[in-house]
Write a protein of this length. Structure first.
Length: 68
C-alpha cells in the first residue's frame, strides 16, 4: 500500500518536480553508499529502497515523456 501511494504521488507531480525528486534521491543514495563504505550505516536495506525509488521515479518520467 505504501508503494502504491508513493507512485500515485509521483504521477501527480510535474516533470520539473520529478527531476528535483530524482536529484534528491541520487544524492541520498550517494550519501548512503559513503556511509556504508565508512561503516557508519546501520540500516543497509535503505540503499535498496532508495535504488528502487530512483527506478520508480525514472519510470514515471519516461511514461510522462511518451504521453507528451
Amino acid at each position: 500500500m505504501k508503494i502504491n501511494k508513493f507512485v500515485e504521488d509521483l504521477k501527480a507531480k510535474s516533470a520539473a518536480e520529478l527531476n528535483e525528486e530524482l536529484v534528491a534521491a541520487k544524492k541520498e543514495l550517494f550519501n548512503l553508499r559513503f556511509q556504508n563504505a565508512t561503516n557508519q550505516l546501520d540500516n543497509t536495506s535503505r540503499i535498496k529502497e532508495v535504488r528502487r525509488n530512483i527506478a520508480r521515479i525514472q519510470t514515471v518520467i519516461t511514461e510522462k515523456s511518451k504521453l507528451a
